[in-house]
Design a protein around this ligand. Sequence first.
Ligand SMILES: NC(=O)C1=CN([C@@H]2O[C@H](COP(=O)(O)OP(=O)(O)OC[C@H]3O[C@@H](n4cnc5c(N)ncnc54)[C@H](O)[C@@H]3O)[C@@H](O)[C@H]2O)C=CC1
Ligand SMILES: O=C(O)C(=O)COP(=O)(O)O
Length: 528
Amino acid sequence: MKVLVTDPIADAGLAVLRDAGYEVETAYELEGEALLEAVSDANGLIVRSGTEVTETVLEAAEELAIVGRAGIGVDNIDIDAATDEGVIVANAPEGNVRAAAEHTVAMTFAAARSIPQAHVRLKDGEWAKSDYLGTELDDKTLGVVGLGRVGQEVAKKLDSMGMDIVAYDPYISEDRADRIGAELVEFEDCLEKADFVTVHTPLTPETEGLISDEELELLEGGYLINCARGGVVDEDALAAKVEDGTLEGAALDVFAEEPLPEDSPLLFVDDVIVTPHLGASTEAAQENVATQTAEQVVAAIEAEPVANALNAPSIDESAFPRVEPYIDLAETAGKVAAQLLDGRIESVEVAYEGDIADEDIEFVTASALKGVFEPLEWQVNAVNAPQIAEDRGVDVTESKTHQAADFQSLVSVTVTNGDSELSVDGTLFAGNDPRIVRIDGYRVDAIPHGRMVITRNTDEPGVIGLIGSIMGKHGVNIAGMFNARETIGGEALTVYNVDSSVPDAAREELEADERIIDVADIILNGQD
Ligand SMILES: NC(=O)C1=CN([C@@H]2O[C@H](COP(=O)(O)OP(=O)(O)OC[C@H]3O[C@@H](n4cnc5c(N)ncnc54)[C@H](O)[C@@H]3O)[C@@H](O)[C@H]2O)C=CC1
Ligand SMILES: O=C(O)C(=O)COP(=O)(O)O
């Protein structure tokens, strides 16, 4: 297993990967073909904000299970393309929050007291004391745009410095804002009331250019701080408003163009102070995010739950041991159901009965879908299976009932093709011994492992013997079987566990007998 790390992360994270026995390739500032080449055999990729993980990169990464972002912002990763490729994207949303908030507070003070400008002049031998008359933060109003993790931390810190806090965030509740002493207001009010506005939104199509000419006019006489993402604030407009005195100053840690925003006018305005995206650059933050990201990369490669997956169904780590056996069971039920039903699948229902209905089953449903689509699509996994269902126009429903009829827990996958439907039910005996207990209404007891052949035939003497002898003649060894029937002389269904596939000649011979209705050769657990 190889993990490629294309932006510098703390050694503690690299150690987690090496301890897991993985080859770790660190290669920074890779671009173009070199990046495509390096990622082509990587099972995991770790980035910070420096690497653009585009659709092309994801397509080239044929072995990739996960892109781990050692930090928060994922605007440099094409998450939709990752989902299509079945690649998990996970970030580390908490480890650098304090660092980013402290940097924001530092930048706010630095702007209010012109610390960088005065520093440079003193180092140049000039005692420019009379040129700098600063502004106190105490008793001023802070406007927070985006009251998420970092925004809240900044609000708390500057509240304790005597600032009044107003905030604009259309996605959080008033209750939440109240708890940290912030007044939730409309966007324009936030800009108008504030003496300092600090931006803490992600960069999304909705927030791109959120603060431009008109918005900056509302902040007249104030300061703008952006330690979130370049692109949220229009750089030309900001430079102009500071230059013409509409704003007192601005402080920026992030730019639309990184690294080195050579053409940004902000670099040439004296009252704009800048740092090169240092918000998360503290020892503690880097250790936190690197370790958490590396652990998530290991989890993904080992097919365990990834706590902060942004595009994959998640499972609470504590629930994983209880849910894990159902993941394979649901996939098997999905596979069997899809391979037994002819025609285009129009809908999939995953139903849970009994104890399993109390669990977080999002991942189990995704695995059932993986099972359904695996026979039909290339490279399906629980990350892209829900998306494949949507793209194919397949209706997916999930149902739960706490009452269990015959089993402590039952997972049932039903597929329909417009004309008919077919269900496969599975359970766990003795807690973790998986069994298929019903197929298309027939009660069976089949061990879902390896390769299965399911035949439907009329219930007549000699048919099972005939099937056994044809399979034997063609070298197919039967390891186990279970026969079920509706009524004596009616239709019967038999599940055979076999050691190899049924050759076409054997299938033709079987289907030539009018007592045999159909023969399905089903591959489970990755056998071919
Ligand atoms: N400079 C640096 O080194 C660092 C930068 N960051 C950046 O800081 C930003 C915030 O990070 P977190 O607080 O952890 O994210 P978060 O997801 O916890 O919070 C973002 C908040 O923005 C709000 N929001 C989304 N769209 C909005 C809109 N149109 N208007 C107003 N609010 C909106 C969301 O509701 C959410 O509450 C991210 O862009 C992140 O990448 C984070 C860490 C370090
Ligand atoms: O975590 C974030 O969103 C950051 O902006 C930090 O970026 P970085 O990891 O320092 O490139």
